[in-house]
Design a protein around this ligand. Structure first.
Ligand SMILES: Nc1ncnc2c1ncn2[C@@H]1O[C@H](COP(=O)(O)OP(=O)(O)OP(=O)(O)O)[C@@H](O)[C@H]1O
Ligand SMILES: [Mg+2]
Length: 145
């Protein structure tokens, strides 16, 4: 796949950086003619992934490093959010609408999966987590791969 553009951001695990990530991705995606609701969905998915890295991955410790890489391909926008935090023991369970925290709804991954065309999660307990979000570009029909 040919890259049309790429941006890489390194963020500290500070709550305010959820907004920074969302705004940066929206600016990066602005060269694509997504409609307002597609853009809104991308922003929510990015916010959910980054806040998971902060609250779960780094358990709100402010000195964790989160890497966000956004790549524009010919037919999709891909956003990869990585942390080197505590990792996920059971990915299948995490993807369901359950939370490790009784105060939470457990809807982060549910939103990411309903708003994006593809969501991949790779994680190793104690090593960290990588979430890959992909959204097709508008106005094109894509075969399932
Ligand atoms: N980056 C991460 N590092 C470690 N654990 C994670 C990470 N992201 C998600 N998880 C685990 O996956 C579970 C599900 O995440 P999800 O975002 O769906 O729900 P939540 O964060 O618990 O609740 P909500 O997003 O509704 O506030 C979390 O409860 C957490 O245990
Ligand atoms: Mg969450």
């Amino acid at each position: 796949m040919k890259m049309r553009n790429r941006m890489k951001l390194e963020l500290l695990s500070l709550p305010g950086n959820v907004r920074l990530a969302r705004v940066a991705v929206a600016a990066f995606a602005s060269e694509v003619d997504y409609n307002v609701s597609d853009l809104e969905e991308i922003k929510v998915a990015v916010s959910e992934a980054v806040s998971n890295a902060i609250t779960h991955g780094y358990q709100n410790e402010p000195d964790g490093v989160i890497t966000l890489t956004a790549t524009l391909f010919d037919n999709s926008l891909e956003i990869v959010i990585e942390d080197e935090g505590k990792g996920i023991e059971d990915i299948e369970e995490a993807l369901q609408s359950t939370s490790s925290d009784p105060e939470r709804m457990g809807l982060g991954f549910v939103f990411m999966r309903s708003f994006m065309d593809e969501v991949d999660v790779a994680s190793e307990a104690g090593q960290g987590t990588r979430v890959i979000l992909r959204k097709n570009l508008p106005g094109e029909i894509h075969a399932e791969t």
